[in-house]
Design a protein around this ligand. Structure first.
Ligand SMILES: *Cc1c(COP(=O)(O)O)cnc(C)c1O
Length: 365
């Protein structure tokens, strides 16, 4: 959900995904506004009591538990509501994990339960009558471009789950490998090799005979009416990979200037609309769309065969969308069109910094 939670995007995805992963009540409400039945998984490292109760009220399929204390709180709230909540324990693996652009696990972060405390968490969960431990959640990275590395990561998740399942005789229904499949913003021709990933995954799972070995036969394949997710599943929560390519961000060049030997194209827009490149301090891929209209009675400035830095309208030197990128030509009045802007674009931006108007959003259906 956090990669892009616009209603038309959710509506387009709902028929082709099993469900949505939400990390706030607001996100759950956005899912429920477009689909009353679809499965929702609820996670996040700082859930409040109201959010936990709210998620239970919205009949989420699974709650991801991020700490031992949170496990006790979920038990307490579920007990008050006289219900039993299906949960996965979110594990922060010790690693080392495949190198991705952002790491949520394998390194010290606020996410999940340290691998060394998972046994303790399992013992506690099994003593608590209002939680039903159904498996593990491993979301560990973002923007991984290495398909073979991602197969090895899922392999590690399965082996860890199997170890805990056999040690504690746990009937596992779900293994959630999280998101993290990447988009190559540096070289758009070299994208994550989806076919290599799925065929590698298929081979690895056959070798492991994972579904036969770790899943309780009674639960396998049965689609739980309450949960809406087929039991005995390996789940993925792809955010970036699903939504990046559907979005474009277009901004008009309002000025061109040379300062300290560098060429700048300044656009009507910037990181308050599209914060991803500034957040990751990288150049975002774009093309220049020529616009022929020119209504001023003086010559139109242009650059040819130049390296340009695309800056926005905010009064901060951090408002840069691309740096030193070669273009054959750019003129004031042309439009800079950024590709792969559908994930973590508008959704992560500080829309009201400097109080400029919001951009127009257009959804092509
Ligand atoms: C952000 C997030 C995702 C999606 O990650 P992508 O890198 O966009 O695929 C999935 N699961 C959890 C728990 C997340 O926090």
């Amino acid at each position: 959900m956090k990669a892009n939670s616009e209603a038309p995007v959710l509506k387009a995805l709902a028929p082709i995904v099993h469900g949505f992963e939400a990390a706030s009540l607001g996100e759950i409400e956005k899912v429920r506004a477009v689909d009353l039945e679809i499965a929702v998984i609820f996670g996040g490292p700082a859930k409040t009591d109201d959010e936990i109760a709210g998620a239970i009220g919205y009949r989420v399929s699974l709650l991801h538990v991020e700490s031992l204390h949170e496990l006790q709180r979920i038990e307490y709230i579920a007990g008050q509501l006289q219900t039993v909540v299906p949960i996965l324990l979110r594990v922060n693996l010790r690693g080392p994990l495949s190198a991705a652009q952002l790491q949520m696990a394998g390194v010290p972060t606020q996410f999940g339960i340290d691998e060394v405390r998972v046994a303790e968490a399992i013992r506690l969960a099994r003593r608590l009558p209002h939680v039903d431990l159904q498996g593990f959640h491993f979301h560990s990275m973002s923007n991984n471009l290495d398909a073979a590395g991602h197969v090895r990561f899922v392999d590690l998740c399965i082996r860890k789950s199997q170890e805990w399942a056999s040690e504690f005789r746990l009937p596992l229904s779900y293994l959630n490998a999280g998101g993290g499949i990447g988009v190559n913003y540096q070289d758009v021709e070299q994208q994550f090799d989806w076919d290599a990933f799925t065929s590698g995954l298929d081979r690895m799972i056959r070798e492991q005979e994972m579904l036969a070995g770790m899943m309780e036969p009674a639960r396998m394949g049965a689609v739980s009416q309450d949960q809406g997710l087929p039991a005995g599943s390996l789940l993925f929560e792809c955010g970036r990979y699903l939504t990046a390519a559907c979005g474009y961000y277009a901004a008009e060049v309002v000025d061109i200037k040379q300062n300290h030997g560098k060429q700048f194209a300044v656009v009507r827009g910037g990181s308050h609309h599209f914060r991803l490149p500034a957040a990751w301090k990288q150049s975002h891929p774009f093309t220049v769309v020529p616009v022929e209209e020119w209504h001023y009675p003086f010559p139109r400035p242009e650059l040819r065969d130049s390296a340009i830095t695309v800056a926005g309208e905010l009064c901060t030197p951090n408002d840069v969308l691309a740096r030193d990128v070669f273009v054959p030509r750019v003129r004031i009045g042309d439009v800079i069109l950024f590709r792969y802007a559908g994930a973590y674009g508008w959704s992560i931006s500080h829309h009201d910094f400097l109080s400029h108007p919001h951009p127009e959003h257009i959804f092509l259906e």
